[in-house]
Design a protein around this ligand. Structure first.
Ligand SMILES: [Zn+2]
Length: 228
């Protein structure tokens, strides 16, 4: 524990910030859920038993990709192996796992969240529901890792949701997007069978998004600005 605690100081603070944001948004409730970010061969991850909506940087533990504790005074989350598995298999930069209410509700009844809105394409389209296994077990990790194939989100049957992304901010955005989509689906399904975007419609969205650089701001060219 030499310079390592200082080295990941920024990442630990960022994980705490992300947890407080997700707590404020109602996605992290009490001590349920866990968040991590990777920096090279190290991972900053929430401690087990910590109240996530009030998390501080010293409640974030630093581990190696082998799971060995490098820095921090608290034991890491019981889903440590799940997070490490996502980094190993899907080569990502950050992982968010929640027991968010809408996502968890859908995980009780669906085998997958169909692509009901084009924004879901940011997560890879249809979101699979990973079959149930006891929390913290290799069986659960395997189930979720398989459901994430080609996706940046999965629902976890009778448990919750997981998202990942190259950056922590993006993984948090994915978690919020997934929860929003689950809420939309629930409301729609109460009225009747929701329509689903077919493959061709999904493909057209991807083409349009690439053509228009969707999701980024675009400055008005100077000439047009003068016309206003
Ligand atoms: Zn959980």
């Amino acid at each position: 524990m030499t310079d390592s605690s200082a080295a990941l100081g920024r990442e630990r603070a960022a994980v705490a910030d992300a947890c407080r944001r997700l707590g404020a948004e109602g996605l992290l409730i009490g001590t349920a859920g866990n968040v991590s970010v990777r920096a090279g061969e190290r991972v900053a991850i929430t401690a087990t038993g910590a109240v996530l909506a009030e998390l501080t940087a010293d409640q974030v533990t630093v581990v190696g990709l082998d799971g060995k504790i490098v820095a921090g005074a608290l034991q890491p989350t019981s889903e440590l192996e799940l997070h490490l598995g996502v980094y190993r298999r899907h080569g990502t930069g950050a992982v968010v796992h929640t027991h968010a209410p809408m996502a968890t509700a859908l995980s009780l009844v669906l085998d997958e969240l169909p692509c009901i809105h084009y924004q879901l394409l940011a997560l890879g389209g249809t979101v699979r529901v990973a079959p149930y296994a006891t929390f913290g077990t290799p069986e659960l990790a395997e189930s979720v890792l398989a459901a994430l194939e080609g996706r940046s989100a999965a629902l976890m049957a009778n448990h919750g949701a997981l998202t990942h992304a190259p950056t922590l901010d993006k993984a948090v955005e994915h978690a919020l997007l997934l929860e929003w989509a689950c809420g939309v689906y629930q409301r729609a399904a109460a009225l009747g069978p929701p329509r689903v975007l077919d493959e061709q419609q999904q493909l057209a969205v991807i083409e349009a998004a690439i053509a228009r650089d969707y999701g980024t701001t675009h400055p008005v060219p100077p000439a047009q600005e003068e016309e206003r």
